[in-house]
Design a protein around this ligand. Structure first.
Ligand code: HEC
Ligand code: HEC
Ligand code: HEC
Length: 115
């Protein structure tokens, strides 16, 4: 009897341990799995904030790997410069257009919507 009880307690502990472990694993990878997709539209600015650029974030997530932007050396979270913004955004649009693919704007007003 007592041995059975002990087995049950040990079994219970193992289940709880596995469950807690799994929930931690999910929390840790949730973002990389794309559960948190971030804002639908994001306005990017430099320190001077003279010429904000609008990123239709959600539209870029369709069929595009998050890493293309989020792991680019030109990705500057909250600390953008003209050089980084143009290297990440404008160059992709320019190169795709040159290759005859449908892409985003290369003209100033296409990204710098607000004045
Ligand atoms: C075209 C480029 C691009 C793609 C593709 C992209 N993102 Fe983003 N994402 C950005 C930019 C730029 C920001 C804002 C960075 C800043 O704060 O200056 C951002 C912000 C975010 C944020 C807000 C929090 C944070 O880390 O700044 C989340 C969450 C996020 N993105 C998730 C994703 C996921 C998930 C994917 C893929 C499904 C994805 N993004 C694809 C460019 C992109
Ligand atoms: C890896 C390539 C790539 C990168 C990097 C990228 N874009 Fe784009 N962008 C595209 C493509 C492809 C489209 C066209 C989507 C469509 O219309 O189907 C697009 C479309 C757009 C549009 C037009 C959306 C519309 O509704 O017409 C804007 C504005 C834009 N991008 C801004 C940005 C900004 C700002 C960044 C940088 C933060 C950026 N893009 C980074 C590929 C890219
Ligand atoms: C594909 C999108 C895109 C296009 C097209 C584009 N830019 Fe930008 N630009 C950005 C991003 C992103 C930044 C960095 C964030 C910000 O300040 O807007 C930026 C930054 C700048 C800045 C710095 C603004 C500041 O406040 O410090 C200037 C100036 C600028 N761009 C001028 C231009 C001009 C002029 C053109 C047309 C010849 C142009 N851009 C076309 C995306 C673009």
């Amino acid at each position: 009897m007592e041995e059975n009880m002990l087995k049950k307690v040990l079994y219970g502990c193992t289940v709880v341990t596995i469950a807690v472990g799994l929930s931690f694993a999910f929390t840790a990878t949730g973002k990389a799995d794309g559960e948190d997709k971030g804002p639908e539209t994001i306005v990017l600015k430099t320190e001077k904030a003279k010429k904000p650029a609008t990123l239709p974030h959600r539209a870029h997530q369709k069929g595009m790997d998050c890493k293309v932007c989020h792991e680019s050396p030109n990705f500057k979270k909250g600390a953008w410069t003209q050089k980084d913004g143009h290297a990440l955004c404008k160059d992709c649009h320019k190169n795709m257009t040159k290759d005859g693919k449908k892409s985003g704007p290369t003209k100033c007003k296409g990204c710098h919507i607000k004045k």
